[in-house]
Unconditional design. Structure first.
Length: 405
């Protein structure tokens, strides 16, 4: 168990065995070889307390973390990744995600012991067409109606699921999904992707969690998941309400408007219209060719600004500190910046509101901030005429005077 925890912590810190050994050597506390570390991780031997404490410091966890038996079991079902993602990176993503899911579940059990979530029933879909009904069933279970979903992340969290972000600015994977303790749905997403793509990835992973595609091959399973995701975001009835029953032509401007309303990409709207028989396959091909000609296949001309940032883990972490369940150090490990961010925001607000600080800024910076403030209230003053008296001020009244400390 200790070896598995050491490996999990090392992968979570994005460190190789060589890097851990080098860091231990640089610290000068203990001496360890790569072979020795590998033996620890395989469970071939158990490190002494001094070594355990040193390893914990290097990989950024508490010694207690390495000694604790994992309280949550996680089974990963699907991992959609790019070809550039190596095996070690994949293991790192899974390790970080597992650590955060374990913390999430543990916190939720301690802070909300009485809270229960309705169990979501799985649907069966052996073809992309059957995926339409499966998506409708999930929307019915989660009482979403046919209206646009403001936040897929919040919908999953409100129904007992867990959404975590793992990764940096590099776009290397689309989604990872599985179950914690066989019952809690988990979806892992990358923070590097756009909001509309993230929404689609979240919905796609829901298909892997809640749709039984039987003995379908991998390619068919992915087609079913894609159809499910699009239908979950915009049900067939909503598509026909927006586009009509039959169209000879779709305009890119219309698709851009619908993207911003529903959080589904322009390309996915074209596929929805073709899948539902609203446009024919030839027109769909022409539309995709037009997107390619304009360079819009990789980056569409309009962006969807959504609310897909996972907040539940951060909320539970802050609550845990507030109620004395977590120390600040533990909170930082579980959800980095959960506490620091709000402190920075509060300091920023205090600084802006402090007139003495404002007066001590360079003139150019002070003028910029005052201009922004003036633009915010310009409409109110123009209506009331509250600034008309300023015309009476002399030129001297407008000159800057040095600020005395």
């Amino acid at each position: 168990m200790i070896g598995a925890r050491i490996r999990q912590a090392r992968l979570g810190a994005a460190m190789t065995q060589d890097e851990v050994v080098a860091a231990l050597t640089a610290a000068g506390e203990v001496t360890l070889t790569k072979a020795g570390l590998s033996k620890y991780e395989r469970g071939g031997s158990i490190p002494k307390p001094t070594m355990l404490r040193a390893i914990a410091r290097v990989v950024g966890v508490s010694t207690a973390f390495l000694l604790e038996e994992p309280s949550v079991s996680i089974q990963w079902l699907a991992f959609r990744k790019g070809s550039k993602l190596g095996k070690s990176q994949q293991k790192q993503i899974e390790a970080v995600a597992a650590s955060r899911v374990e913390a999430f579940v543990t916190l939720r059990r301690r802070l909300e012991p009485q809270r229960e979530y309705r169990k979501t029933k799985r649907a069966t879909a052996r073809s992309p067409e059957e995926a339409e009904r499966a998506a409708e069933m999930l929307r019915e279970q989660w009482r979403l109606g046919e209206q646009p979903i403001e936040s897929v992340t919040s919908v999953i969290e409100d129904n007992g699921g867990i959404v975590v972000e793992v990764g940096g600015e590099e776009d290397v994977f689309d989604g990872l999904s599985g179950f914690a303790d066989d019952t809690i749905p988990v979806v892992v997403v990358s923070p590097a992707v756009s909001d509309d793509r993230r929404r689609f990835s979240l919905a796609h992973e829901l298909a892997h969690l809640f749709v039984d595609s039987g003995e379908a091959d991998q390619k068919t399973q992915e087609r079913i998941a894609h159809r499910f995701a699009a239908a979950f975001l915009v049900p067939a009835a909503a598509v026909r309400r927006e586009l009509g029953e039959k169209r000879r032509h779709l305009d890119f401007h219309e698709l851009a408007i619908l993207k911003q309303k529903h959080g589904l990409s322009m390309q996915a709207w074209i596929m929805r219209a073709a899948d539902l028989g609203i446009i024919d396959e030839a027109h769909a091909r022409n539309l995709f060719a037009g997107l390619s000609a304009k360079g819009w296949r990789k980056e569409e001309p309009v962006k969807f600004e959504g609310r897909e940032k996972p907040l539940r883990l951060r909320q539970l972490t802050v609550r845990g500190v507030s109620e004395g369940v977590l120390t600040r150090t533990e909170a930082e490990r579980i959800c980095p910046q959960a506490l620091a961010d709000i402190e920075v925001e509060c300091r920023s607000v205090r600084t802006i509101m402090d007139a003495r600080v404002l007066l001590k800024l360079p003139k150019a910076e002070r003028d910029r901030l005052l201009k922004q403030a003036a633009e915010l209230v310009e409409g109110e003053y123009q209506k009331g005429g509250s600034l008309t008296g300023f015309d009476a001020l002399s030129e001297e009244d407008h000159r800057d005077k040095p600020v005395e400390d």
